[in-house]
Ligand binder design. Structure first.
Ligand code: GLN
Length: 274
């Protein structure tokens, strides 16, 4: 069922907590969604949804929830539970789509627990739980994805998180880690796909270097308006940036080898006489 008052050619991006959950270039995801909708003839607009605000959430096509350090997550999780959860669940049930990165991804799950053991309850929109560890996972990431309608089948970005996220039975991974740590540095998976919700640890920002994922989100959100296809765009610049990360990844040892390397160097450090 299409949003009530939206005319056929508007496209609305809802940005959750732009003042607090916006790190490592997350803003670039908003610009990419707006521009790619505009280049297809839509009147693209952005709705800021800070704390205490829910007005217009039923008009939103794609929600974006960016990353944030533990301090910022502590400042938003109560508002998310009290004010945003009901309209967000309604909007998703009505066909809206959600992209959540890192700290936002964690708070859409059941909970995020800091390395100090403090637990921030999430809204359980996706079947994942996150517990932070002492060591931060930082660096380039390359993911092989089996998502439908996605060419290339790789996603690239940058991660910086202490959280280890584990998927429950209702959640599917976004893909397999080729380079980097991903959800938890041990099961080899990155991100989460559950219905219309995409969660990931990929900052960078993500969508400028992965235009195919941006179009997947836009297409999914417009499906309820009977839009099956989007007119093609010239993504040569975006995809050459994507290629650059892939080339850089080639020069690095694959994820598993690197984890082995890290584990053995940590063990060697432990054995070394102090
Ligand atoms: N504070 C969370 C963590 O450390 C999320 C960090 C982020 O959004 N980059 O895992």
């Amino acid at each position: 069922m299409a949003p009530r008052t939206t005319s056929k050619k508007t496209f609305t991006v809802g940005w959750l907590y732009p003042d607090l959950m916006n790190i490592y270039g997350d803003r670039g995801n908003i610009l990419t969604l707006l521009k790619r909708a505009e280049w297809r003839g839509y009147e693209a607009r952005m709705l800021e949804l800070g704390r205490g605000t829910t007005a217009g959430m039923d008009e939103v096509d794609v929600f974006f929830f960016g990353g944030g350090q533990d301090r910022e997550q502590a400042l938003v999780y109560e508002d998310l539970l009290e004010h945003k959860q009901p309209p967000l669940e309604r909007a998703v049930a009505n066909g809206a789509v959600v992209l959540a990165v890192c700290g936002g991804y964690q708070l859409l799950g059941h909970y995020y627990q800091t390395a100090e053991g403090e637990r921030f309850p999430g809204i359980g929109l996706i079947d994942v739980r996150t517990e932070a560890g002492k060591k931060r996972f930082i660096g380039d990431v390359v993911v092989d994805t089996e998502m439908v309608d996605m060419t290339p089948t790789t996603l690239v970005g940058f991660e910086n998180h202490s959280g280890r996220t584990f998927l429950g039975p209702k959640a599917n991974p976004l893909g397999r880690v080729r380079l980097g740590f991903g959800n938890n540095g041990s099961d080899g998976f990155e991100g989460c796909l559950q219905g219309a919700v995409v969660g990931t640890y990929l900052h960078g920002s993500l969508l400028p270097k992965n235009p195919h994922l941006a179009d997947h989100l836009i297409r999914s959100a417009l499906r309820r308006r009977g839009v099956a296809e989007l007119s093609p765009l010239d993504d040569s610049v975006e995809l050459s940036a994507h290629e650059r990360i892939l080339e850089r990844a080639q020069r690095r040892p694959p994820a598993r080898a690197r984890q082995e390397q890290l584990r053995s160097s940590a063990a060697a450090a432990r054995r070394a006489p102090s």
